[in-house]
Design a protein around this ligand. Structure first.
Ligand SMILES: Cc1cc2nc3c(=O)[nH]c(=O)nc-3n(C[C@H](O)[C@H](O)[C@H](O)COP(=O)(O)OP(=O)(O)OC[C@H]3O[C@@H](n4cnc5c(N)ncnc54)[C@H](O)[C@@H]3O)c2cc1C
Length: 402
C-alpha cells in the first residue's frame, strides 16, 4: 500500500495529512513531537485564531522569493480555505481588514474540527513522538523517532519554525532537512515586539492606540504599517508594530520608529488645538489633547513636546502648540532591539525555497520529499496570512505532486 509520513502536527501538517488521506488505500502516518497536535494553533489570535485573510497574496509574504507562495495560494485561496473549514462544520466571520476568525471566537473550534477530520480520515497519529533523523532508502524514507522507526514511500516535512518556543517552536525541521542536503537562510523574529527607549512607553504601559507607523534608518524609510499600537514596559507591541518588526530585526543600527497618532493634517490639528485653548484657557496644558487621544497618551505627548504640563492652556505660545501638533503627528522613539524568537509569532527565514518546486512543494534535491508551512523561508504579515500560508502549502504538499 502507498504510504506517506507527515512530520509535525501543526496547522500545515494537519492540512497535509488530511489532504494526503483523501486518497483511499494510502497509509498516512502523522508524527507529532508534543503530547497533542495543534498546540500553537490554540494560542493564535490571542486564543481567537485569526485563521485566514481574504486578501492573502504574495505581496503580504516575505522571504527570498515571495512569489514562491503564488501556486499554493492560487490552488487553495482564502475562499477555498473557508469552504474547506465550512465543510468540516466550522463557521467563520470576516472582520476588519479581511481577518477571518471562527464565529465561536475560540481557536479550540478550529483545532477540534481538524482533529475530528483526522480521526474520520483514518490518519495514524503518533503524538509525543519527535522525529530524530530521516534516512532516505530505496524508493522512500525511514524516520527514526523515540517510539521506533517508521518508513514510507514519501515524506512531508511540516515541523514549523523556531518562533514561539513556549508553544513548541523548535529548530528540528531545519536540522532534519540539513541532513538531506537542504540549506536554510538566516532566522529572525517576525511579528514580535519592538524595544525602544523605554521612558515614554513605560509611562504609557497598557495604553492601546490606533496609528500609522514608519520605521526609518536615518532618513531612509524601511517599512510602514497602520493599526493598533500597544505601549509596553520596554517599548511597543500590537499588530501595527508586529508588521514593522521584521524590518526592525534585519535593518541594522540607527533605527527610529515614528508614530502618527491622529488621522488629521497637521494644519487641521493645529486649528483644533487652538480651539481647545480658546474654549478652556484656564485648564492645565496637559489637557491639550483631551477628547482626541487616550488621556495618558495626550498628557505624555505634551511632556514629549517639552511643554510644562503645569502651565495653563491659555499660557501656551503658538510655537508650543505647533510642537504639540508635531508630536502627535511624529512621536519618534529610538529602536533598541526586537523581541527574541521566543516572543515572536513567526520565524522570518527558513529552508531555501529555491530548493523546492513551487508548483508541488517537492524537494529538488530529494524526490518524494515535500515541505510546507513556516519551516520554509516564507513569513506573512500580521492578520491571518501565516495560517493561510500553512493551510495552502499544507494542501499543496499533501497532494504529493499529483
Ligand atoms: C502566539 C502566536 C500567535 C499567532 N497568531 C496567529 C494568527 O492569529 N494568525 C496567523 O495567521 N498566524 C498566527 N501565528 C503564526 C502561526 O501560528 C504559524 O505561522 C503556523 O502555526 C505555522 O504552521 P506550521 O504547521 O508551519 O507550524 P506549527 O503550527 O508550529 O506546527 C509545527 C508542528 O511540528 C511539531 N514538530 C516540531 N518538531 C518536530 C519533530 N522533530 N517531530 C515531530 N513533530 C515536530 C511541533 O510540535 C508542531 O506541532 C501565531 C503564532 C504565535 C506563536
Amino acid at each position: 500500500m502507498e504510504s506517506v509520513i507527515v512530520i509535525g502536527g501543526g496547522a500545515s501538517g494537519l492540512m497535509a495529512a488530511l489532504t494526503a488521506a483523501e486518497k483511499h488505500d494510502r497509509r498516512v502516518i502523522l508524527l507529532e513531537r508534543q503530547q497533542r497536535v495543534g498546540r500553537k494553533l490554540l494560542a493564535t489570535g490571542n486564543g481567537r485564531c485569526n485563521l485566514s485573510n481574504t486578501g492573502a497574496a504574495p505581496a503580504h509574504y516575505h522571504g527570498q522569493d515571495p512569489d514562491f507562495t503564488l501556486p499554493a495560494l492560487a490552488a487553495f485561496s482564502p475562499e477555498d480555505a473557508l469552504d474547506f473549514f465550512q465543510g468540516l462544520g466550522l463557521l467563520t466571520v470576516t472582520e476588519y481588514g479581511g481577518r477571518v476568525y471562527p464565529l465561536s471566537n475560540s481557536a479550540n473550534s478550529v483545532l477540534d474540527v481538524l482533529r475530528f477530520a483526522l480521526e474520520t480520515a483514518g490518519v495514524e497519529l503518533h503524538s509525543a513522538c519527535p522525529a530524530r533523523a530521516i534516512r532516505p532508502r530505496l524508493g522512500g524514507f525511514v524516520v527514526e523517532t523515540e517510539q521506533g522507526s517508521f518508513s514510507a514511500d514519501r515524506l512531508i516535512m511540516a515541523c514549523g519554525g523556531a518562533a514561539g518556543g513556549k508553544l513548541g517552536g523548535v529548530t528540528d525541521g531545519y536540522e532534519l532537512m540539513k541532513a538531506l542536503g537542504h540549506r536554510r537562510t538566516g532566522l529572525y523574529p517576525s511579528l514580535a515586539p519592538v524595544y525602544t527607549d523605554p521612558e515614554y512607553p513605560r509611562a504609557l504601559k497598557g495604553v492601546r492606540a490606533p496609528g500609522a507607523l514608519r520605521l526609518n534608518r536615518g532618513e531612509e524609510l524601511l517599512a510602514e504599517s497602520r493599526g493598533e499600537i500597544q505601549f509596553t514596559e520596554n517599548g511597543l507591541s500590537g499588530p501595527a508594530v508586529f508588521d514593522l518588526s521584521r524590518a526592525a530585526a534585519t535593518g541594522g543600527e540607527g533605527l527610529t520608529v515614528h508614530m502618527d497618532l491622529l488621522p488629521l493634517e497637521q494644519a487641521e490639528l493645529l486649528a483644533m488645538l487652538r480651539r481647545r485653548q480658546a474654549l478652556t484657557p484656564e485648564r492645565e496644558a496637559a489637557e491639550l489633547f483631551t477628547g482626541m487621544l487616550h488621556n495618558r497618551l495626550g498628557r505624555m505627548l505634551v511632556r514629549y513636546s517639552g511643554v510644562s504640563g503645569g502651565a495653563t492652556l491659555g499660557e501656551l505660545s503658538e510655537e508650543e502648540l505647533l510642537r504639540c501638533a508635531r508630536a502627535a503627528k511624529d512621536f519618534a522613539l529610538r529602536v533598541r532591539g526586537v523581541g527574541s524568537l521566543d516572543s515572536a509569532q513567526v520565524t522570518a527565514g527558513g529552508l531555501r525555497t529555491e530548493d523546492f518546486n513551487s508548483q508541488t512543494l517537492e524537494s529538488r534535491l530529494c524526490p518524494g520529499l515535500f515541505a510546507c508551512g513556516e519551516v520554509l523561508d516564507v513569513d506573512g504579515d500580521c492578520g491571518g496570512y501565516n495560517l493561510q500560508w500553512a493551510w495552502a502549502s499544507g494542501r499543496l504538499a499533501g497532494r504529493l505532486g499529483t
